[in-house]
Design a protein around this ligand. Structure first.
Ligand code: HEM
Length: 123
């Protein structure tokens, strides 16, 4: 994971605590965003937030272990489209804005999320 001034992305996002705050706002955004909220209507919010927190932490260089399904398995059969994919990324960037994250950190997270597109869209 790339470092800036010797700090991992995980550290620059405020570690577990900082990322927990971002994930809370991601969930609020997803469940109120008209583009995607229907997708999460039957979800256990605490469960999904826990998995997303683990993945976000691990994927940015934290010591946490992700215990959920791989992205292909998690989204297979949902037939998620590009508009929904963009909406979810917008929700993440908005949550990062609300939590005071910097442009560099947003750019890095955007690149990580975009790289997962083939495992999420039309699978
Ligand atoms: C790069 C983008 C995405 C990432 C990193 C991501 C991440 C995740 C993770 C970690 C889980 C939990 C998997 C598990 O429980 O084992 C999950 C589940 C899910 N995701 Fe995504 N996701 C992305 C995009 C999307 C999009 C675009 C949609 C559609 C709007 C979506 C809808 C869902 C739904 C409905 C679930 C299942 C929730 C449940 O189990 O109740 N995801 N995603």
């Amino acid at each position: 994971m790339s470092e800036v001034n010797g700090k991992s992305l995980y550290e620059r996002l405020g570690g577990h605590e900082g990322i927990s705050g971002i994930v809370e706002d991601i969930w609020k955004n997803h469940t109120t965003n008209p583009e995607v909220k229907i997708r999460y209507q039957d979800s256990d919010g605490e469960e999904v937030k826990q998995k997303v927190l683990e993945l976000f932490c691990m994927g940015t260089g934290g010591p946490e272990t992700y215990t959920g399904q791989d992205m292909l398995t998690a989204h297979r059969g949902m037939n998620i489209n590009e508009q929904e994919f963009v909406a979810v990324i917008d929700d993440v960037l908005d949550a990062m804005n609300k939590n005071g994250c910097g442009q560099q950190e947003k750019d890095e997270v955007l690149a990580i999320l975009y790289s997962m597109k083939p495992e999420v869209v039309h699978v």
